[in-house]
Design a protein around this ligand. Structure first.
Ligand code: ZN
Length: 204
């Protein structure tokens, strides 16, 4: 399986990093080796110093799809989850400045925190009206609302499938809202969809 991540999908996060609003979704991929096994601590690698959390709603693909029409995109996923796109921000900034790919800063081992259990999408009356949040040591640091996505979930599934064939089990990280910040040793992060705890991870 693979993880397809969407960058710059929330306007306030774009402005906090002083990025330009893209004309089309920004995509990058994390390999399956990026997934942090559940209950494992998040051990930060030593090739960078400034690691950031980015909490994101995650979509789990349920069947093979390519060139998916936006109107049929909802047939390609049944479950919604939550994760952290762990980012080596200092390394990413250096790569971006040189116009180089982001992979080393975004796709390294354990850079994808993913909830253990996904929720059936039928739990939600409107997928573009989901509130989610991240707490760092018990204090809320990010709050998101899927209504604020620049590209909605079905538009993302359709767009992504033009470039990358989607397969059962693939995950889509749909972008982070504002409030990203540093991860440090001994921090504990908990992620929530509405009031439900979706994951808990400790940084080592
Ligand atoms: Zn992200």
């Amino acid at each position: 399986m693979k993880i397809i991540c969407v960058g710059r999908n929330y306007a306030k996060h774009i402005s906090e990093l002083q990025n330009e609003k893209p004309a089309e979704p920004v995509l990058f991929i994390k390999p399956d080796t990026a997934i942090l096994p559940n209950r494992n601590p998040l051990v930060l690698p030593d090739f960078a110093q400034d690691f950031h959390y980015e909490v994101e709603v995650v979509i789990k693909i349920n069947k093979l799809g390519k060139y998916i029409d936006t109107n049929f995109a909802h047939r390609y996923y049944d479950e919604i989850g939550l994760g952290i796109d762990v980012t080596a921000r200092d390394l990413q900034s250096r790569l971006k400045a040189k116009g180089l790919p982001w992979e080393k800063a975004k796709a390294f081992d354990n850079s994808a925190v993913v909830c253990r259990e996904f929720l059936p999408k039928t739990n939600f009356s409107d997928l573009q009206d989901i509130h989610f949040s991240l707490k760092k040591n018990g204090i809320t640091v990010q709050q998101g609302h899927t209504a604020e996505m620049l590209w909605q979930i079905d538009e993302l599934v359709s767009y992504i499938s033009q470039f990358f064939t989607l397969k059962k089990g693939d995950l889509i990280f749909t972008g982070t809202p504002a409030g990203v910040g540093k991860m440090q040793i001994d921090d504990v992060f908990t992620g929530y969809i509405e009031n439900r705890e979706m994951f808990r991870v400790k940084v080592k």
